[in-house]
Design a protein around this ligand. Structure first.
Ligand SMILES: NC(=O)c1ccc[n+]([C@@H]2O[C@H](COP(=O)([O-])OP(=O)(O)OC[C@H]3O[C@@H](n4cnc5c(N)ncnc54)[C@H](OP(=O)(O)O)[C@@H]3O)[C@@H](O)[C@H]2O)c1
Length: 240
């Protein structure tokens, strides 16, 4: 029987957890009782998000951590610091990401590198650093936020599409590796269409063509609740 663990005993890292989809994921995980480290570049944004969620929950469950996913040394510090504090990393949500809107003919080396290093290379390095800890505890869930643009190409964001397609390929290889070594580590991929990260409160209506971010969080919590031997592969969520 694969090991299970209640969310109240789990520790999560959510990259880009200070804003948008990452913030919504963080709220849901913290509300379910997990400890959540939110990691990205802007400390003031992270601090504000952590303070707001902790105040709502009347408990300290969200912890800000300044890091740049393009910096290998900071990735190692993040993982080492989280593991030293809690002796486990149970959920890794690879949510940090950005697009540089340059067409095929406009692409600059700088734009291409920024997108690839943030959306793809950084994820690979973070997973590589977290994996030994998950394997040692024989427990883990890795959630990647790809995109509809990881399944379909769009002329205005070719580097973004390439990075998100690449992320799905990497994740599939990761899942196959976990299966081959018999690790109790699941890999989920979100491939959302447009998600409204401006109207995020439950009572707010999403803009036309966008989905409410609550659909992302409900799906995350559902996916995590599945049996350890169940593989829910790419999760495509689009506005009807
Ligand atoms: N919203 C949508 O319609 C949609 C649709 C499909 C997929 N997605 C994907 O969903 C994810 C979240 O996007 P979002 O819509 O919630 O936008 P967002 O609010 O801009 O979130 C992106 C997050 O990534 C972080 N980030 C960017 N560069 C980073 C770096 N070098 N190191 C560490 N963190 C970095 C940002 O924080 P800092 O600036 O503080 O670093 C920010 O919190 C992205 O991967 C995006 O591609 C979004």
């Amino acid at each position: 029987m694969a090991r299970t663990k209640p969310l109240t005993e789990q520790v999560a890292i959510v990259t880009g957890g200070g804003t948008g989809i990452g913030r919504a994921f963080t709220e849901a995980l913290a509300a379910a009782g997990a400890q959540v480290v939110i990691a990205s570049r802007r400390p003031e944004v992270l601090r504000r998000t952590a303070d707001e969620i902790n105040a709502t929950l009347n408990a300290e469950r969200v912890f800000p951590y300044e890091f740049d996913i393009r910096n290998r040394a900071r990735i190692e510090e993040l993982v080492n610091d989280v593991f030293a504090r809690w002796q486990s990393i149970d959920v890794l949500i690879n949510n940090s990401g950005l697009a540089v809107p340059e067409t095929i003919e406009e692409i600059t080396d700088e734009g291409w590198d920024t997108v690839m290093e943030t959306n793809l290379r950084g994820v690979m390095q973070l997973v590589r650093t977290v994996l030994p800890h998950m394997r040692r505890n024989d427990f883990g869930d890795i959630v990647n936020v790809s995109s509809q643009a990881g399944k379909h190409g769009y002329a205005d964001v070719p580097s973004y599409c390439a990075s998100k397609f690449g992320l799905l390929g990497y994740a599939e290889a990761l899942r196959d590796h976990m299966r081959k070594i018999g690790a109790n580590i699941r890999v989920f991929n979100f491939c959302p269409g447009l998600v409204d990260v401006e109207n995020t409160r439950p009572e707010q209506t999403s803009r036309e063509g966008f989905i409410h971010v609550a659909n992302m969080t409900r799906t995350l919590m559902y996916a995590l609740s599945l049996d350890r031997n169940v593989v829910l592969e790419d999760i495509n969520l689009y506005a009807r």
